[in-house]
Design a protein around this ligand. Structure first.
Ligand SMILES: Nc1ncnc2c1ncn2[C@@H]1O[C@H](COP(=O)(O)OP(=O)(O)OP(=O)(O)O)[C@@H](O)[C@H]1O
Length: 225
């Protein structure tokens, strides 16, 4: 469970989030909102990538201000642009990279990497340079590299925005099949509609929060002139 208690976030003088309190307990939660409404900022607060200017963010009782390292192990974060996330030269090395910090033996790491390559259809690309993959394959690799470390919660920041339709479907299927808790920032209202709960942000505050159809209707109405 992720809890936000009167969370404010400013970038210098720019107040971006103004007093957000939420208890995120549903398995799948989508956050939608116009450009600049504060969605990515909110997402980054959930695993301590950003700390609130005031207020508190807790994950399973741990506070992001005090327990950042433990929280980042629990909460995996997938960025919109996989190029930001892919670090190592080859596909297999990139998958292995995150595991190295988890103190697993070389054999166990190799088995996990092979399983992840197979699961995500990347086994043909094991030793290929990661930067030569297609956009869709890169996004799958970025997601696989987060999943391989066994987080209990996943935050996705616009995971389908840069993808063509077939890859959007593939990534959507992958996300909707996950058993971990998922918090998803998206402009893709079809993807948001698959969530258990949709939160609409507007100018840094919660404008609507509830079942997908109701929240999405409220969001569409807000932006219908
Ligand atoms: N590192 C930063 N420094 C200063 N201002 C920032 C920073 N990151 C974001 N902002 C500003 O904060 C506001 C909210 O940005 P944020 O990225 O959270 O919005 P968003 O809802 O995710 O937008 P989008 O849909 O365009 O991705 C914007 O006005 C943005 O310019």
């Amino acid at each position: 469970m992720i809890e936000l208690e009167d969370v404010h976030h400013d970038y210098g003088d720019h107040k971006v989030l103004g007093g957000i309190s939420l208890t995120l307990a549903e398995p799948r939660i989508a956050i939608v909102g116009a450009n600049g409404s504060g969605k990515s900022t909110l997402a980054r607060l959930l695993n301590g990538l950003l700390l609130p200017t005031s207020g508190r963010v807790r994950v399973d009782g741990l506070d992001t201000k005090k327990d950042g390292k433990a929280i980042r192990r629990k909460v995996g974060f997938v960025f919109q642009d996989p190029d930001i996330q892919i670090i190592m030269p080859t596909v297999a090395e990139d998958l292995d990279f995150g595991l190295k910090r988890h103190g697993l033996t070389r054999e166990l790491r190799a088995a996990k990497v092979t399983a992840a390559l197979l699961e995500h259809g990347l086994d043909q690309h094991r030793d290929h340079p990661a930067h030569l993959l297609s956009g869709g394959q890169k996004q799958l690799l970025a997601i696989a590299a987060v999943l391989i470390t066994d987080p209990t919660h996943l935050v996705f920041d616009e995971p389908t925005t840069l993808l063509d339709l077939p890859n959007r479907h593939r990534v959507t299927r992958l996300i909707t099949g996950l058993t971990q808790q998922v918090v998803l920032v998206t402009h893709d209202l079809d993807l948001a509609a698959t969530a258990d709960r949709v939160i609409v942000l507007d100018h840094g505050t919660v404008f609507a929060d509830g079942p997908p159809a109701r929240s999405i209707d409220a969001y569409v109405a807000l932006h219908t002139a």
